[in-house]
Design a protein around this ligand. Structure first.
Ligand SMILES: [Zn+2]
Length: 365
């Protein structure tokens, strides 16, 4: 998708000079109110009596869930929800494939029988759900019915829909989804996320997870407090520091397939891009544009340095045992080949809050 739509972020705020630790929830709260306090007040006031439907559009691994999570952190999880179409489909699949969950299956069937509308019979549409094959494509009309079922559970909340529209034929459905879902009088809008492919690539290649508690980290971009060293393999590794982990200090490991990086998901990325290209041309729907990167040349004027993602590398201390963590600035090429920095999620969320507040304020005029 053309980068011309995505203006570089400017989060500089007069009078705000504190260096916030954005990994700390309390400081993050303070940061948000310093940089987007007015917008957040407007959004909260609106959500006290209204809702909205937002469609998250971005390439796979662009951080869609992260931004929604930060939005919920600010307004409260009783006011907003993240609805992942992939998760909804997987959970229904599990119900259909487990003979011990007949009662739940019956309830889903009851809902679908009264809400499904489509070109093929319902029985055929759901046979894809019952078969064990994950790859079988579900008809868009069935996905719409499942989405409606999930949205009914989230009644009264603003929702961020992740994973719809996912294919070109679903883009125009999104135009009328609000009416289909009975959110008739609430605004809906698209949220486009622009992130350089080089960032997605490194996020995948260096992603690790705790084998015990599944906490995700990144050896290069998001380290833990403690780092270990395997002398035999001459390898540094992260140690899980989740306070609730049963196996604290566990060696975090990479996922199979991730080391291949972005090329392993090329087909998906190109499709995501085509969907964004088509959706951006839709008239009559407000649009939010989020940009993860900032040209290195203008970064200093527009953002504070603690808002930029650093890169970590490791070296052995002089005792040959302790590990020193070296923090460096991380320069990447954006998709136009411009030297850039990648922003941390909270400054991008500041931009999200400001743009959503604008849409909601206009809607109320
Ligand atoms: Zn753990």
């Amino acid at each position: 998708m053309d980068s011309k739509y995505f203006k570089p972020l400017n989060t500089k705020t007069e009078g705000v000079t504190k260096r916030f630790d954005l990994a700390d929830p309390e400081e993050r709260k303070e940061y948000f109110s310093a940089k987007a306090g007015g917008a957040i007040e407007d959004i909260k006031k609106y959500l006290a009596k209204g809702t909205f439907v937002a469609y998250l559009l971005g390439k796979k691994n662009s951080g869609k869930g992260t931004y929604t999570k930060l939005f919920m952190e600010v307004v409260g999880s009783d006011k907003a929800a993240h609805v992942s179409v992939g998760d909804v489909v997987r959970s229904v699949e599990k119900i259909f494939q487990d003979s011990e969950r007949a009662k739940e299956k019956e309830e889903v069937m009851k809902f679908l029988t009264s809400h499904y509308r489509g070109f093929i019979p319902l029985s055929e549409a759901i046979s894809a759900l019952e078969s064990r094959s994950q790859e079988k494509l579900l008809p868009s009309e069935l996905i719409l019915s499942l989405l409606k079922m999930e949205l009914d559970k989230q009644a009264g909340k603003a929702v961020f829909i992740d994973g719809f529209p996912r294919d070109l034929d679903q883009v125009s459905y999104a135009l009328f989804l609000r009416d289909l879902m009975g959110y008739r009088y609430d605004p809906d809008f698209f949220v486009f996320i622009n992130i350089p492919e080089s960032v997605i690539d490194e996020r995948m290649k260096y992603r690790v997870v705790c084998p015990s508690c599944q906490t995700p980290r990144n050896t290069r971009l998001f380290a833990t407090k403690e780092v270990g060293y395997n002398a035999e393999k001459e390898e540094f590794y992260l140690k899980c520091d989740n306070p609730d982990c049963k196996d604290k200090g566990a060696r975090m490991v990479g996922k199979e397939g991730d080391s291949a990086g972005i090329e392993s998901i090329r087909g998906r990325l190109d499709k995501d891009d085509a969907v964004m290209d088509k959706a951006v041309g839709l008239e009559g729907v407000p649009k939010v544009f989020l940009r993860n990167s900032i040209p290195a040349g203008t970064a200093k004027e527009n953002v504070d340095d603690y808002e930029i993602t650093p890169a970590y590398s490791y070296k052995l201390g002089s005792d040959d045992k302790s590990v020193e963590v070296v923090e460096d600035s991380w320069v990447i090429k954006d998709d136009d080949g411009v030297d850039s920095y990648s922003l941390l999620a909270p400054p991008v969320a500041v931009s999200l809050f400001r743009q959503i507040a604008d849409i909601l304020n206009k809607f109320q005029e």
